[in-house]
Design a protein around this ligand. Sequence first.
Ligand code: C2E
Ligand code: CA
Ligand code: CA
Ligand code: CA
Length: 278
Amino acid sequence: AKARGRNGYRFYAPAMSGDGELRLRMEALLRRAIDKDEIHLAYQPQVEIDSGRLIGVEALLRWNSPELGQVAPSSFIPLAEDTGFIGQLGQWVLQEACRQMVAWEARGLAVPKIAVNLSVRQFERGGMAAAVAGVLQDTGLAPQRLQLEVTESVIMNTGDALQYVNDLHAVGVCLAIDDFGTGYSSLAYLKQLPVQTLKIDRSFIKDIPQDPDDEAIAIAIIQLGKSMNLSVIAEGVEREDQAAFLLRHGCNLAQGYLYGKPLAHGEILARWGVEQNA
Ligand code: C2E
Ligand code: CA
Ligand code: CA
Ligand code: CA
């Protein structure tokens, strides 16, 4: 296997070379995964807490490899980022997500919005706005029904972030800051960005109502969103007491296992299709 010089691997050759080989193998398999139909999207519902109404879905990548089994996005996405394959993968996600929205609609379910995650590598390369415009054109999805999610760290670590975000805004898509509160971001900088949504990171929701610090942070984010006229959605909502807390503090949007795990497109249709037609 090719030597991976970086972290002093040579001192731990037996164990680490195994990891390196797995990485190389995974990389090779991942590159073929799209063509072999091993990749698909799961869709996690986003709802209004008080009414239960579906306000959107987040598209989440899934890789079911015959050789490796189900591989978590947290392991193959960083790999795709390191190897540059994320460009192709991200383009596939965008296309598939938009296509699915149109397909649902043809079956009678108008999902208001679909959220798609953008990785730093896609973002920093520029040209994202043109790619997004192309996919919208191809699929016929209205731009305001596509929400792109970028993390604070993506924005803060990209030199021309303001320009790129403005370009995307000009295409007419919605922008959300993902994992809000976990990154290092300047609020003054944030103020300049044409974003519409803040997503409160799951780490702040997880221990509500046991942890007063997390409660304080969640409240602060909700207030910040309000004062900046942004919508705020909480992620990782698993229990009713968390939902009640959010509602009490003025956040009516949530995503989490309480409302649904990431689902197959047919499950979204089965659960919300009939209801919306009634
Ligand atoms: P994320 O964007 O923060 O996505 C939310 C993650 O939290 C998802 O994990 C989702 O399954 C999980 N989750 C949602 N609700 C709950 C809950 O109530 N409890 C718990 N414990 N977990 C919950 P997943 O699907 O494993 O994705 C992990 C990360 O991988 C995502 O975090 C995102 O950063 C990345 N990712 C997934 N799909 C894509 C993609 O298409 N492109 C890019 N660039 N990144 C993606
Ligand atoms: Ca996300
Ligand atoms: Ca998130
Ligand atoms: Ca997260």
